[in-house]
Write a protein that binds this ligand. Structure first.
Ligand code: HEM
Length: 463
């Protein structure tokens, strides 16, 4: 007979029976955040899996009682996510409608047309910020111990890159000072994304909400001007995401409201740059640490570069040839997922692993604990890119982009951006890690505590 426990009933049972709600109000938030800051949220989860139940347990995080899902299928079975954007909070048909609109901008057919633009931005970025002879403006900010000309901190520079690319491709904001101003507001906003939601003057959350409103106001000015430009045919409906959302109606002829458009662009600027920044920084770290893997990536990228005319830009077909490189990126994201998981809310009662989780409960699923599960990955702690050859890992065991109907819609965009960057970096540089055992922590994405200082070694290859 299957026993179905309910989490509400468990409140009345001994506190360590299937989880603990911890302290009043703060619950287990400090332990959870501390584990994340040490880059080991899976340890917070593993300890409780061992103590309570390996599939699901209860806790209290960020002011809410919460069910934490640990198994393979968890990311596919949960209900809506908790957040501040209409795409993310929308459910059912509304969520599908918004997602369809975004996917027409993010699907592989549309992405084909961005490859050249992405590479132009990437090459300009590398020449400006990584090439030692031209990086004067960033000298004091990003350089460490300026002895030779090629010692840099990866994390802050990659942020400039991913944010600039998102601004340029989503909104056509090209002016560097405008991009820097938005980037500063985003930093404040990001700090409050994972924090206790106490909206009182002085709290991180309060500042984050103010920063989000300031960004919204900026985007509103741009959107209003763009609507005029579109009407006067001074802008193209395919120019960027903003034009696309303003000019495209859904199947029933309905357009998104201006607020929905602004919130979705805010969401994509947020979701589309900090995660990718983390992934690229981690990739640089692993390649700096594993020279034999770097050499294989370099060989693949040089073969592609040699197959092209001098100066010819990458095409979609070139990206498809980067198989080994993508396996390496995938293994990096298995061992060190940029996002530690996602929060959601049960819209109806959910039965999972013999427990009923009542409607309204908050839910959390964890990337790291699933991706290090030895049921699915032999020697899970070992770096082995060949896991991704052939059919690759079983469904829902590899979830850096989530899974199921709410899976990350930007995964192809991210793949393109990471591979275009990788191609251009390895063609020009090898690098050494200056702090080989540097700590990485979640804040809210996985980030190096000292910014990942490296010594760049330019090499001779030029296509
Ligand atoms: C390496 C880079 C990235 C990683 C690791 C990543 C990871 C994730 C994860 C784990 C989720 C939650 C999925 C779930 O709950 O099932 C998510 C959602 C999302 N991501 Fe990404 N992401 C990345 C890049 C991007 C990019 C480049 C974009 C946009 C261009 C993007 C847009 C979004 C959006 C809009 C959502 C919310 C989807 C929804 O609610 O339906 N992401 N991402």
């Amino acid at each position: 007979m299957t026993v179905v426990h309910t989490f509400t009933q468990l409140h009345d049972e001994p506190i360590d029976h299937n989880g603990s709600l911890g302290w009043p109000l703060i619950g287990e938030t400090p332990d959870f955040l501390r584990a994340g800051q040490n880059g080991e949220p899976h340890k917070f989860i593993r300890e409780r899996m061992d103590k309570h139940d390996s599939r699901v347990f209860k806790t209290s995080l960020l002011g809410e009682p919460m069910a934490v899902f640990c198994g393979q299928e968890t990311s596919s079975c949960l209900a809506t996510r908790i957040s501040w954007s209409p795409l993310v909070t929308a459910t059912g048909d509304e969520a599908k409608r918004m997602r369809r609109m975004l996917m027409t901008f993010l699907n592989p057919d549309a992405l084909r047309s961005y490859v050249e633009r992405m590479e132009i931005v990437t090459q300009q970025h590398i020449s400006t910020h990584w090439d030692g002879s031209r990086t004067k403006s960033l000298l004091y900010y990003n350089r460490v111990n300026y002895k030779g000309k090629e010692e840099v901190r990866v994390f802050p520079i990659v942020k400039l890159y991913t944010f600039e690319l998102a601004c340029r491709l989503f909104t056509s904001i090209d002016d560097p000072s405008h991009i820097s101003k938005l980037a500063a507001q985003f930093n404040v906003f990001l700090k409050g994304v994972i924090d206790l939601p106490i909206n009182l003057p002085g709290t991180t959350f309060y500042h984050a909400m103010r920063a989000a409103n300031a960004i919204r106001e900026e985007l509103q000015v741009i959107a209003t001007q763009r609507r005029v430009d579109l009407e006067e045919k001074k802008a193209s409906p395919k120019q960027d995401l903003l034009s696309h959302l303003l000019a495209t109606a859904d199947a029933s002829g309905k357009f998104l409201t201006e607020m929905e458009i602004i919130d979705n662009i805010l969401l994509l600027l947020f979701a589309g740059h900090d995660t990718t920044r983390s992934a690229i920084t981690l990739l640089m770290r692993y390649l700096g640490d594993l020279p034999q893997v770097y050499e294989k990536v370099l060989k693949e990228q040089i073969d592609i570069a040699m197959s092209k005319e001098p100066g010819e830009l990458l095409q979609w077909e070139d990206i498809q040839k980067m198989r080994y490189s993508w396996s390496v990126v995938s293994e990096v994201m298995r061992l060190s997922p940029p996002a530690s998981g996602a929060f959601r809310e049960a819209l109806t009662d959910i039965t999972y692993a013999g427990y009923t989780i009542p409607r309204g409960w908050k839910l959390y699923w964890s990337t790291g604990s699933t991706q290090r599960d030895q049921t699915f990955f032999q020697n899970p702690e070992e770096f082995d890119a060949s896991r991704f050859e052939g059919a690759g890992p079983t469904s829902y065991s590899y979830v850096p982009f989530g899974g199921g109907p709410r899976m990350c819609p930007g995964q192809e965009f991210a793949r393109l951006q990471i591979l275009v960057f990788l191609h251009n970096m390895v063609k020009r540089f090898r690098w050494d890690l200056l702090i080989p055992d540097e700590n990485f922590g979640y804040n809210p994405m996985l980030a190096p505590s000292k910014g990942l200082p490296i010594r760049l070694r330019p090499h001779k290859f030029e296509a």
